[in-house]
Write a protein that binds this ligand. Structure first.
Ligand code: 1VU
Length: 629
C-alpha cells in the first residue's frame, strides 16, 4: 500500500483515481466509471453511474466465493446466557427470508423502515433485509423515549416499524412494545404495520397492526438482492443537533460501501476470516459501520454483544468475548474502559482470558483521556488507537491507519487525517490558524465517499448546519488544533451538543423538556465534566413568579420529565432550582460561563454580563460539578 504519506498524497492528488481503485473492492451490478459528480455542489454524489446492492456485498458475494460456512456474526449475550453463531450462508438465508417478509408487507425500493430494537441479531438482519430490497432503514437507539421515537417516525415516515417485545438492560427487562405503542400514538405519521420479535424474557401482547416476526418469516418467500443506484439512500440515522429536532443523516449506498470496505483494511487491519468486536449499539453510527456493514463487507466475523462492559455479570466480559471469539480488533468508547477500570483498577480479570489474538484496541465516540489511554495500553500491551469521527461522516476522519502504516502515538491526539479528509483549523474569520493554535475544525469540500450527502428531506438544514459557517468547508462542530507534525487534537464542541458516555445529546432538547413543566419560567442545561461518563448534563431552573412548589419536589419531577420525554440515555439526574440565571444585557444565558465555573476553571466573567451578582450567587451551586450521580 505504501507509506501513510504516499497513500494520503494519492488521495489528494488524484481523488478520482484513488476512489475508483478503492471501488474495485466492491461487487457492482454496473461498475462506476466516474467517482465524483460535483455538478450540484455543495451537494456531491459519489459513483453517480454505479449500481450495486449493499446486502449482496455484505453477504451473498462471500457465499458465492465459497465461504458460506465461515462465521459471519456471533451473537454473544451474557444477559440471556446465549451464544449463537451465524455462518455467511445462515445469515444470508435469514436476511433473505426477512427481506421477503418485508416485501410481502409492501415495502419496496425507497420505502422507509424504522428499526427500534435491542442488541439482538435480528436488528442486523432487519437492517440488511432493508438493504437487500432497496428500502431505507432508520435505526433508533433503544434508550430513547417514545417522544423521541415519534419525532423520528414523523420525519422518516416509515411504512413499517420493526421492534422487539423487550430489551435487557443489565438485570432489568425493559418492555419495548408499550414504548413503541406510545410513540405511534404520539406520531402524526402512522406506519402500516409493526413487526415484533417476541423474546421469551417478556413477550408482548400484539395488536391488530402488529405482526409476529417468527410467523411472518415462516410464511415468507425469500427475496433476492435488488441492484440500486450508488447514490440511493441506504439508511437515515438521526443525530442530536442544537435544537430539539434531530437531524436525519442520510447515508448513500455506493460511497458508504466503498469507504467502509477500504477502512476495514486500511484503518482497522481486519480482513476476511478475521474477527472484529465493536462494543457499541446498532443504534449508533459505530454500530451501523463497525458491528454490521464494515466487517461483513470485508468478509470478516463480527461480534454482536448484548450486555454491558461491567455488571453483566462482571468487568471481565470484554476480555472473555475477545478470548472466546479470537477477536483481532476491538473497538469501543473510552467510557466503557473507564467503567471497567473503576471496577477492576488493576485489570486482574484479564488474567482469566487468552488475549494473545488481540492486536489493536480502537476507541472513539468521545475524547480519549490520557489516563484511560495509558491504563488500557499498559494493561493490554497492544496499540490503543484513539480515532475521531462523527455520525455524519460514517467512518473515521482522523486515525492511526495501522493497515497502512502505524504512526507513533501522541496521547490526546487521534493522530493524522485519513486519506480523503482535508482537515483544516480556521479562526472566527475563516482564516487558517498557525500550528498548535485552537480554532474550528473543518473539512474542505468535497467530503470523501461515505460521508453524508445531505439531511433527510432537509437540504436547507444541511447547508445551514454544516456548510454555511465557512464557504467551501464542512463544519464539524468540534474545536481543536493541528500540531507541527500534522497530528490533530480535538478539544471539544463549539455548540451546545454534549457527549455523555459516548452518546451525543442536545442540551437544547433537554431544555425544551424542562421548559414544558408548568412551574418552570426559564432554564439552562449544561454539560459538566464527569469521571466516568466524560460529561453529564446538569439542569438549572427558575420557577415562575408565584409558584409555591417545594424546590426538591419540582427538581425530582423535572428529572423524571426528561427521562420520559427524551429517555434514560439523557442521564439528566441533577436539576437545581435557582433564583436567577446569569445573562448578558441582551438576555442570552451565559451557559459557557456556567460550564467553566462548574468544571472548576478560573472562568472570566464576560463584560456583557447583566448582573454579576447572579453569577456570584450561583457559583457555589455550580461548583458541586465533580460528583457522580
Ligand atoms: C464515532 C461516532 C460516534 O460517536 S457513534 C457513538 C459511539 N458511542 C457509543 O458507542 C456509546 C458508548 N457507550 C456505551 O456503550 C454505554 O454508555 C456503556 C459504556 C456500555 C454504559 O452503558 P450504561 O451503563 O447503560 O450507561 P448509559 O449512560 O449508556 O445509559 C444511561 C441510561 O440509559 C439506559 N440505556 C442505555 N442503553 C439502553 C437501551 N438500549 N435501551 C434502554 N435503555 C438503555 C441505561 O440503562 C441507563 O439507565 P439508568 O439511568 O441506569 O436507568
Amino acid at each position: 500500500m505504501g507509506t501513510y504519506e504516499d497513500v494520503f498524497r494519492a488521495s489528494t492528488e488524484d481523488p478520482e483515481h484513488f476512489w475508483l481503485k478503492a471501488a474495485e473492492g466492491i461487487d457492482w451490478d454496473v461498475a462506476p466509471r466516474r467517482a465524483l459528480d460535483s455538478s450540484g455542489a455543495p451537494f456531491y454524489r459519489w459513483f453517480p453511474d454505479g449500481r450495486l446492492n449493499v446486502c449482496f456485498n455484505a453477504l451473498d458475494r462471500h457465499n458465492e466465493a465459497g465461504r458460506g460456512q465461515q462465521p459471519a456474526l456471533v451473537y454473544d449475550s451474557p444477559v440471556t446466557d446465549t451464544r449463537r453463531t451465524y455462518t455467511y450462508a445462515q445469515l444470508r438465508d435469514e436476511v433473505a427470508a426477512f427481506a421477503g417478509a418485508l416485501a410481502g408487507l409492501g415495502v419496496g425500493h425507497g420505502d422507509r423502515v424504522v428499526i427500534y430494537m435491542p442488541m439482538v441479531p435480528e436488528a442486523a438482519v432487519a437492517m440488511l433485509a432493508c438493504a437487500r430490497i432497496g428500502a431505507v432503514h432508520s435505526v433508533v437507539f433503544g434508550g430513547f423515549a417514545p417522544r423521541e421515537l415519534a419525532l423520528r417516525i414523523d420525519d422518516a415516515a416509515p411504512k413499517v416499524v420493526v421492534s422487539a417485545s423487550c430489551g435487557i438492560e443489565g438485570k432489568r427487562v425493559i418492555a419495548y412494545k408499550p414504548l413503541l405503542d406510545q410513540a405511534i400514538e404520539l406520531a402524526a405519521h402512522k406506519p402500516q404495520k409493526s413487526v415484533i420479535l417476541q423474546r421469551p424474557q417478556e413477550p408482548a401482547e400484539l395488536g391488530t397492526d402488529d405482526l409476529d416476526w417468527a410467523d411472518l418469516v415462516a410464511d415468507a418467500t425469500p427475496a433476492d438482492c435488488l441492484p440500486v443506484a450508488a447514490t440511493d439512500p441506504l439508511y437515515i440515522l438521526y443525530t442530536s443537533g442544537t435544537t430539539g429536532k434531530p437531524k436525519g443523516v442520510v447515508r448513500d449506498c455506493g460511497g458508504y460501501a466503498v469507504a467502509l470496505h477500504w477502512s476495514m483494511g486500511a484503518v482497522y487491519d481486519v480482513g476476511p476470516g478475521e474477527t472484529m468486536f465493536t462494543g457499541s449499539d446498532v443504534g449508533w453510527v459505530v454500530g451501523h459501520s463497525y458491528i454490521v456493514y464494515g466487517p461483513l463487507l470485508a468478509g470478516a466475523t463480527t461480534v454482536l454483544y448484548e450486555g454491558k462492559p461491567v455488571g453483566t455479570p462482571d468487568a471481565g466480559q470484554f476480555w472473555r468475548v475477545a478470548a472466546d471469539h479470537r477477536v483481532k480488533t476491538m473497538f469501543t468508547a473510552p467510557t466503557a474502559f473507564r467503567a471497567i477500570r473503576k471496577e477492576d483498577p488493576k485489570g486482574t480479570l484479564t488474567a482469566d482470558h487468552d488475549l494473545s489474538g488481540l492486536r489493536h484496541l480502537f476507541l472513539a465516540g468521545e475524547r480519549l483521556d490520557p489516563e484511560t489511554y495509558h491504563w488500557a495500553s499498559d494493561l493490554l500491551g497492544i496499540p490503543v488507537i484513539d480515532h475521531w469521527w462523527q455520525t455524519e461522516t460514517g467512518w473515521p476522519i482522523v486515525a492511526n491507519p495501522v493497515g497502512i502504516e502505524a504512526a507513533p502515538l501522541k496521547p490526546g491526539s487521534p493522530t493524522r487525517p485519513l486519506p480523503g479528509w482535508d482537515v483544516r483549523v480556521l479562526d472566527a474569520l475563516g482564516e487558517p490558524v498557525p500550528a498548535g493554535v485552537d480554532g474550528a475544525i473543518v473539512v474542505k469540500l468535497p467530503l470523501p465517499p461515505g460521508a453524508l450527502p445531505t439531511l433527510w428531506n432537509d437540504d436547507d438544514r444541511f447547508v445551514a448546519s454544516y456548510l454555511s459557517a465557512y464557504d467551501g468547508y464542512y463544519l464539524t462542530g468540534d474545536s481543536g488544533h493541528i500540531d507541527d507534525d500534522g497530528y490533530v487534537f480535538v478539544m471539544g464542541r463549539t455548540d451546545d451538543v454534549i457527549n455523555v458516555a459516548g452518546h451525543r445529546l442536545s442540551t437544547g432538547s433537554m431544555e425544551e423538556a424542562l421548559a414544558a413543566h408548568p412551574d418552570v419560567a426559564e432554564c439552562a442545561v449544561i454539560g459538566v465534566a464527569d469521571e466516568l461518563k466524560g460529561q453529564i448534563p446538569r439542569g438549572f431552573v427558575v420557577l415562575k413568579a408565584g409558584s409555591d412548589r417545594e424546590p426538591g419536589e419540582v427538581e425530582a419531577e423535572l428529572v423524571q420529565l426528561v427521562r420520559e420525554r427524551i429517555g434514560a440515555v439523557a442521564s439528566l439526574k441533577d436539576v437545581t432550582v435557582v433564583a436567577a440565571l446569569p445573562k448578558t444585557r441582551s438576555g442570552k444565558i451565559l451557559r459557557k460561563t456556567m460550564r467553566g465555573i462548574a468544571d472548576g476553571h478560573d472562568e472570566p466573567i464576560p463584560s456583557t454580563v447583566d448582573d454579576p451578582r447572579v453569577i456570584e450567587t450561583l457559583r457555589p451551586v455550580l461548583r458541586r460539578a465533580d460528583r457522580t450521580p
